[in-house]
Design a protein around this ligand. Sequence first.
Ligand SMILES: [Fe+2]
Ligand SMILES: [Fe+2]
Length: 144
Amino acid sequence: MSAAKMSSNREELIQGLNHALNREVSTFLRYMISAAKIKGIVNAPVRDMYAAEVKDEIGHATYLADKIVMLGGNPVLNPDLTPPADDVLEMLKYDIAQEKIDVEGYMKLAEMADREGLAELKLRMEDQAADEASHAEMMTRLLG
Ligand SMILES: [Fe+2]
Ligand SMILES: [Fe+2]
């Protein structure tokens, strides 16, 4: 289907999914580098958390890329390559805020999917919102 023939709601949904895809790719790249940068026994649980979350975010990104194509769109990558902070507490504070933005983004995408009658996508967006909320909570616990 050409973009010209697509409804504006569908186009807006695909744009939103592509925005989320870029946020996920930016996140897993940042978390990979965060895990790599963290040293020392005291911060080992934070390093393990970032390493585990890389896999979650890759799963989210993969789902989004597949779904964009199945909806007739084209995934376009333009990730934010800003490196993580050197300080572990600054890393956590920044990422807690980003995870909360992602929760809101996925709840909005769930509503858009619902309006389009896309039940599986709606549920999956809610699921990804729940994953990000859980990430924010784990990070908040580690922040102390
Ligand atoms: Fe994610
Ligand atoms: Fe996350």
